[in-house]
Design a protein around this ligand. Structure first.
Ligand code: VGL
Ligand code: ZN
Length: 221
């Protein structure tokens, strides 16, 4: 299966949440998130992808995913929300603040579309494709699956931050939406390496291709 890839105009690269707050020194830093900048820039400018999608976590102040919105809870505690576990995060990516800006070390002029997510104050939104489960018991679509579909995209490759949160959920939803899905593991970084084994297992289990550095180096892999 690997090696048997569709033509370039059927391939999309999704660059997830490369924002200041997820970088070292930010409000919700990923481990050495800065180390993937060069590789992501190389992928974006490689000519290997016919479509480049960026996502931007874009929360209103007081968002429901913030521990500070729940008084007696601390960041990284897990509560139940709409019947599902919800991790409570430090305040991050508040829209129009400096931490929410897409990292200026990447050339965003290469992005064909930027999906902003997490703007509903009542619902978190990890995936580029759908919000998390909301009060109505549904996961509202961002429209991205249709955007890709109407352009004839059949294969999606994901990279960015954070490996075990928004990149993982984006990959899982890409697969569910019917796209062949590739997870560019070395072009992601987690909030915590402790999650890596579980992330790897989830990807393997559902049939998402985990692409390692070696195969990324060869243009036709
Ligand atoms: C993310 C936690 C909260 C992410 C976004 O981009 O992975 N993680 N919001
Ligand atoms: Zn967020």
């Amino acid at each position: 299966m690997p090696g048997n890839r569709p033509p370039i105009d059927e391939r999309a690269l999704i660059v997830v949440d490369m924002q200041g707050d997820f970088m070292p020194g930010g409000a919700l830093p990923c481990v050495r998130g800065n180390e993937i900048l060069d590789g992501i820039q190389a992928a974006m400018s490689s000519g290997e992808y016919g479509h480049i999608v960026a996502t931007q976590d874009w929360h209103p102040a007081g968002h429901i995913s913030f521990a500070s919105s729940h008084g007696h809870h601390q960041p990284f505690e897990v509560i139940e929300l709409y019947g599902e576990p919800q991790t409570l995060w430090p305040d991050h990516c508040v829209r129009a603040t400096s931490g929410a800006v897409l990292d200026t070390r990447l050339d965003w002029s290469l992005a064909n579309i930027i999906i902003r997510k997490g703007s509903d104050p009542r619902v978190d939104s990890y995936s580029a494709f759908r919000d998390n489960l909301g009060p109505k018991g549904t996961r509202p679509s961002t429209g991205l699956a249709g955007w890709l579909d109407e352009r004839g995209v059949t294969e999606v490759s994901v990279c960015g931050l954070a490996r075990e949160v928004c990149v993982l959920w984006t990959a899982e939803d890409a697969l569910k939406a019917g796209f062949t899905t590739r997870f560019l593991w070395p072009l992601t970084r987690p909030v915590s390496f402790d999650s890596d084994a579980a992330t790897y297992q989830r990807l393997e289990h559902c049939g998402i291709a985990i692409v390692d550095t070696a195969s990324m180096d060869s243009p036709d892999a």
